[in-house]
Design a protein. Structure first.
Length: 282
């Protein structure tokens, strides 16, 4: 198995939105903000090569929408999607599978691009199977006032029309050493990859635990559809991670890529912090 983690792009969001009911006096000590209350997040995408498959997990915002769409996102830095893949020795045609944790724009927008000349849309990874949970797919197509801006049709519909969509009905193994858990608190059908690498389990925590600062059970995003479900889903995966000495891999943390967890008098908290490269070199 070969593993890679790379940052497609940095972006900014309101810190209060990212930490919900937690007061700024607390969250800003764990995750600093600028003078406008904005915090910088990453879009870390993972490549997992296993059993003859090359799996890409999430694809970032993409670049097909106009300036108005991105006006509150403040994209900056990062390696880019295709550029990041190429730096790891792959071409888009080498990607056999794209696993989309969910269909919010910052996670799936990079799957689809405008065709040359701007007439319609096409997949970026034309030969890849695109895996989405059935629950999330149906939820996104139905849409709702709370998440409407997160589910633009041009990000989603071309995937379904391509014939390259695989809907996941149950959690469990997808390929050798690569399994999926399904959660419902952030958005129904969020998939969390769990990778077995040389006897060590890695949990790509996605938007269930977007940064290391979100490990405490009630430190959750205001974007979550059902906060109480998020708390219980976090409790379950964190207790499992504690017992099994798992490594958490963060998708959005600009300060920490990975950590273990430990039990403290205040509950489960971050343990040892380290880079993803240290894991990949095992």
């Amino acid at each position: 198995m070969k593993l890679h983690l790379f940052n497609i792009s940095n972006f900014k969001v309101d810190g209060g939105a990212m930490f919900g009911v937690i007061p700024k006096a607390l969250w800003s000590r764990a995750y600093p903000c600028d003078e406008n209350n904005m915090i910088t997040l990453t879009l870390n995408s993972m490549i997992v090569e296993t059993g003859g498959r090359v799996i890409l997990v999430d694809t970032g915002w993409g670049d097909k929408q106009d300036e108005k769409f991105f006006r509150h996102v403040y994209l900056h830095g990062g390696e880019g999607l295709v550029e990041g893949i190429r730096k790891r020795g792959y071409e888009p045609g080498d990607i056999t599978d794209v696993v989309l944790t969910h269909l919010h724009a910052d996670h799936c927008g990079g799957c689809v691009r405008k065709r040359p000349g701007g007439t319609g849309y096409e997949l970026v990874f034309t030969d890849a199977i695109h895996h989405v949970s059935r629950t999330q797919w149906e939820w996104a197509l139905k849409n709702n006032p709370r998440e409407e801006d997160a589910f633009p049709g041009e990000n989603i519909l071309p995937i379904g029309q391509s014939g390259r969509l695989n809907l996941i009905d149950e959690e469990g193994p997808l390929y050798e050493g690569f399994e999926l858990r399904i959660c419902y608190g952030h958005t129904p059908g969020l998939m969390i990859p769990v990778i077995d690498h040389k006897g060590k389990k890695l949990v790509y925590t996605g938007d269930l635990i977007p940064t290391m600062a979100h490990i405490p059970l009630i430190w959750n995003m205001s974007y979550d559809i059902e906060s109480l479900k998020t708390i219980e889903e976090k409790r379950s995966i964190l207790e499992e991670a504690l017992t099994g000495n798992y490594i958490l891999v963060f998708q959005h943390d600009a300060q920490a890529e990975c950590c273990t967890v430990v039990m403290t008098p205040k509950g489960i908290r971050a343990g040892e912090k380290f880079s993803f490269a240290e894991i990949a070199e095992y």
